[in-house]
Design a binder for this molecule. Structure first.
Ligand code: G3I
Length: 268
């Protein structure tokens, strides 16, 4: 039994987590990550990004990401691979390079061909264009996907990050109708980077547990929602300062969110 076992019993492909080589170096934390009852899928936190994989032009480094992929394969876990085109964590040789548009496009194509080629057959999904939409809503997602499809380009899925705040998650129904609108375009949907912030100094873990259950219940209700990935699993390793947004605490003990997620998936 576990987070992933319950997700699969509910018809999903996986419940997964972001992981890093830093977490893999912490044996106790890594034991949690290796348990495929809880996690059926990994996303590399930083190891597959442009700055990590092509630190200088034409010179590719897959050493860290390969360690994560090897661990996933050893435990029968899927990889969601992250990310090919993104505005952040672009190496300085690109961002400071003063290249013209045509050269930048060829740099991007060469990068994508190398990275996707290296991981051919090993990624369940790729985050191809990460964070294409601005926080202020410029671009309407739905319309962007229609536009890309109208040009004949394949688009298979739509990922929602979900860096949320406890108490502000709202009800499942709004996520259900949003996901259903994407599902109606014939694309898969997934929560790709879920965490639910609550301040470490005065945490509200009961509210956080309720909010995790809300997201799980929304995904459960939409057949096109293939899975949920949390952006890490323990508060010991989170990208959010002074926050306790994850499912295991800093001492690697399960928090209230764990059972709330199990219950929200139900028993199949
Ligand atoms: O590796 C360098 C190290 O050499 C240097 O000494 C140190 C000093 O700042 O920085 C290190 O790089 C940091 C890197 O993480 C690796 O630890 C960067 O500063 C830091 O900005 C970077 O943060 C990552 C962030 O993406 C960058 O935008 C977080 O770990 C990572 O969790 C976060 O993940 C993103 C997703 O990829 C996309 N969606 C949002 C999500 C949260 O921001």
């Amino acid at each position: 039994d576990g987070l992933n076992a319950r997700a699969q019993a509910a018809g999903k492909k996986y419940f997964g987590t972001e992981i890093s080589t830093q977490v893999m170096g912490d044996a106790n934390a890594n034991n949690i990550a290796k348990n495929s009852q809880d996690f059926g899928q990994y996303t590399c936190e930083n190891e597959m990004k442009f700055d990590a994989t092509e630190p200088s032009r034409g010179s590719f480094n897959y050493a860290n990401a390969d360690k994560i992929v090897a661990q996933a394969q050893a435990n029968g876990q899927l990889m969601r691979c992250h990310a090919l085109v993104w505005h952040s964590q672009v190496p300085s040789w690109v961002s400071n390079g003063k290249f013209d548009n045509a050269t930048l496009i060829s740099i991007m194509k060469n990068h994508i061909a190398n990275v996707v080629g290296h991981y051919k057959g090993k990624c369940y999904a790729w985050d191809v264009v990460n964070e294409a939409l601005n926080e202020d809503g410029t671009y309407r997602a739905l319309n962007l996907i229609k536009m890309v499809k109208s040009y004949g380009a394949p688009i298979h899925g739509f990922g929602m990050q979900g860096h949320m705040t406890a108490g502000q998650v709202g009800s499942a129904s709004q996520y259900v109708s949003n996901m259903q609108a994407f599902a109606n375009l014939g694309v898969e949907v997934a929560f790709t980077e879920l965490d639910i912030a609550t301040p470490s100094s005065s945490p509200n873990f009961a509210q956080q547990a309720t909010d995790y259950a809300t997201i799980v219940s929304a995904c459960k209700q939409v057949s096109a929602c293939v899975g949920i990935t949390t952006w890490g699993f323990t508060d010991k390793y989170t990208w959010i300062s002074n926050s306790a947004p994850l499912i295991w605490d800093t001492s690697l003990q399960k928090k209230a969110a764990y059972n709330a997620i199990l219950n929200a998936w139900g028993s199949g």
